[in-house]
Structures are given as C-alpha cells and as structure tokens.
Design a protein around this ligand. Structure first.
Ligand code: G16
Ligand code: MG
Length: 220
C-alpha cells in the first residue's frame, strides 16, 4: 500500500520553473545568445551548476571557473528577485485540495527538490509545515535523474520505494523516480513525460483516489 507521497517543487507545487527560465535567459542574453522555452525543458530538475554548463555549451561559450561562479550567483540573484514577490497566491491550482485529501488519508509527504532555495519558497507560499520531510539541494550530492533525492525522502518517512508515489513535472525527475523504483505521476505534457505511469495537466485534474487505485493496479 502507498504510505508516502513525494512532491517536486518547481512546476508541481509552484510555477517557479518560469522564473528559472527568465533568470537563465537574462543571463544568456548578457552573454550574447538566447535560450528558447523548448531548450529550457531539459533544465527542469537539473541543478544550478549543471544547468549553467548546459547553457554555456548551448551558447558555445567557454568561461573560467571564476566566471562560472559569478554567472551562477548573478542568475540566482535575479531568480530570488522574482521569488521575493511570491505569495500563497502562487500555489498551483489543485494543490491545496490535494493536500487536504492527503492529510485526511493520513499519508506522509516529502518535498523532493534539487533547489537550494526550496525552504525559502515554501516559506513564501506558506507551505513549510505541509511536509513531513524536506529534501532539497542542501541535502543531496547528486541531482535528478539520480534517485537520491527521492530515496532520501522515502527513508526519512520510513517508507519503501514501492510504498511511494512521486509527483514530477520534469523529464529528469520522472527518470529519478523510476530509477528509484517508485510510481511516477507526471504533471504536464504526456508527449514529454513519456516515462511516467500517468500524466495529468495539473494536480487539479487528479484525485488522491485515482492515485491510490493506480498504485494498486500497477503493483498487484
Ligand atoms: C529546480 C529546478 C531547476 C533548478 C534547480 C536548482 O529543481 O527545476 O531548474 O536549476 O531546482 O535550483 P536552485 O538554483 O534554486 O538551487 P526541482 O527539483 O525543484 O524541480
Ligand atoms: Mg520540477
């Protein structure tokens, strides 16, 4: 039976993915190139330093380690400017109702984000107390698609992988969940999140009941 639900942050609980994109784009523009929304798809769930490497390679730029640090810091400052304006109104549709159902069913919840800003964002949207465990970029050594972030979340909640469901909007995050032997619910586009066990446009289109039924069918 399902015991624990593990939620990605960016793109599942809040739409900070768009802020990451805007901040990276601003950085790319200062270097003289642009990044498209389609290109941005592969950055979702990828750590700050890894994202920077991918963007620099895309723009054909070689910079020193010192400059890399500077660029990553600047991007984060721009990103935090956008985050500082966030309020509970930024919580994505369907999230509050879904969490109420989860609480009523007495299931455990964990956040599984590679972001180092995760706690700050949860604070801004007033959801810091909604998670029994918070695994973020400060607690992991390997980003998604490595399953570390979700395996740590499961361990902290005392759940086995087959007792966990992961909610993810990123290709790398779905892969991390599957590599961790967990059920993976994709939030977004089914043609993008092809590895997911089920894909819905947002949590507003999903009931806890459907998740629990799916897990029973998927694991007889
Ligand atoms: C998120 C985003 C990524 C971002 C990463 C690191 O992961 O999806 O785009 O690069 O966090 O964030 P920060 O720069 O704040 O440490 P997740 O796992 O929450 O989707
Ligand atoms: Mg995400």
């Amino acid at each position: 039976p399902i015991k624990a639900l593990l939620f990605d942050l960016d793109g599942v609980i809040v739409d900070t993915a768009i802020y990451h994109y805007q901040a990276w784009r601003r950085m790319a523009n200062t270097l003289g190139f642009d990044i498209s929304e389609e290109f941005n798809e592969q950055l979702k769930g990828i750590s700050r330093t890894e994202s920077l490497e991918i963007i620099l390679a895309h723009g054909g730029k070689t910079v020193s380690e010192e400059q890399k640090l500077e660029l990553a810091t600047r991007k984060n400052e721009w990103y935090l400017e956008l985050v500082s304006q966030m309020t509970p109104a930024n919580i994505l549709p369907g999230v509050p109702a879904f969490f109420e159902a989860v609480k009523a069913a007495q299931l455990k919840t964990a956040l599984g984000s590679v972001s180092k800003n995760a706690r700050l964002i949860l604070e801004r949207i007033g959801m810091l107390d909604d998670f029994d465990a918070i695994i973020d970029g400060t607690k992991i050594t390997r980003g998604k698609p490595d399953p570390e972030v979700f395996l740590k979340g499961a361990a902290e909640l005392g759940a086995q992988p087959d007792e966990c469901v992961v909610f993810e909007d990123a290709v790398a995050g779905i892969e991390a969940a599957k590599r961790g032997d967990m059920l993976a619910i994709g939030i977004g586009d089914p043609t993008v999140l092809t590895q997911a066990d089920l894909v819905v446009p947002s949590l507003a289109q999903l009931t806890l009941e459907r998740v629990l039924t799916l897990s029973a069918v998927g694991r007889p």
